[in-house]
Write a new protein. Structure first.
Length: 132
């Protein structure tokens, strides 16, 4: 008898957790996040044809006039290239990309989508990549 009560209690807890998290069990509506864009790394690192270039300097100070500011959001078209140059002494995660110190990596956008994630070097800690 205690086993059946335990199973019913677990079922109620699971239903409550699903309801609180916004999941719909059995035919309801749920909002899906847009798919993340597909990207491919461009061989050779620095792409001369980069559409957007991000430079990580390793400095926590705000960008001075004439210096590139670090973007929180980048919007590109399918086929365009994002180059990330890390001039700092430390590796850096920029959304889904990790760039070791002293390295430039370039990525070609292969499909539309949106990626929002952690950025170790942006002041607010977030980075969004939108590919149309």
């Amino acid at each position: 008898m205690d086993d059946r009560r335990d199973v019913r209690l677990r079922a109620r807890v699971l239903w409550a957790a699903a309801a609180m998290s916004g999941l719909a069990l059995g035919g309801g509506c749920a909002t899906a996040a847009p798919p993340a864009p597909q990207v491919s790394e461009v061989a050779g690192g620095a792409a001369a044809d980069a559409t957007e270039r991000i430079v990580i300097t390793g400095s926590a100070r705000p960008a001075a006039p004439g210096e590139p500011a670090f973007p929180a959001r980048v919007e590109l078209e399918v086929g365009q290239v994002l180059a990330i140059e890390n001039r700092s002494r430390f590796g850096a995660a920029v959304g889904p990309f990790f760039v070791p110190p002293g390295v430039t990596r370039s990525y070609r956008m292969e499909s539309p989508g949106v990626y929002t994630g952690t950025c170790w070097v942006h002041p607010d800690g977030r980075f969004t990549l939108v590919v149309r």
